[in-house]
Design a protein. Sequence first.
Length: 107
Amino acid sequence: MPFLQAVATMGLLHLFIRLFFGFLVLCFFARMILSWLAMAIPSLSPGNPLVRFFDIITGPLYDPLYRALPASSMGAFDLRGIIAFIFAWWALGVTGALLAFAIPTPW
């Protein structure tokens, strides 16, 4: 029931904005995890449909961030991917909050 109360108080457009930006953050997280798993599981190559889906969804924001950061790693984990994920998470959160704040509540 808390979900229905939230929908009633925030409006449909606000709910859509929250769900859309939440979905994008989850896609960024999935891309980061898949990049780690690709090192251990050969079937998760860049040609895999699941990997391609997340690359297409997150590519416009993730790829420029990834290229701008200097190459660094901590064992098997690529620190550039983690930093790009954290920055994208912050940027999407701020953008979603600004959009939700700019739109009147009953919409």
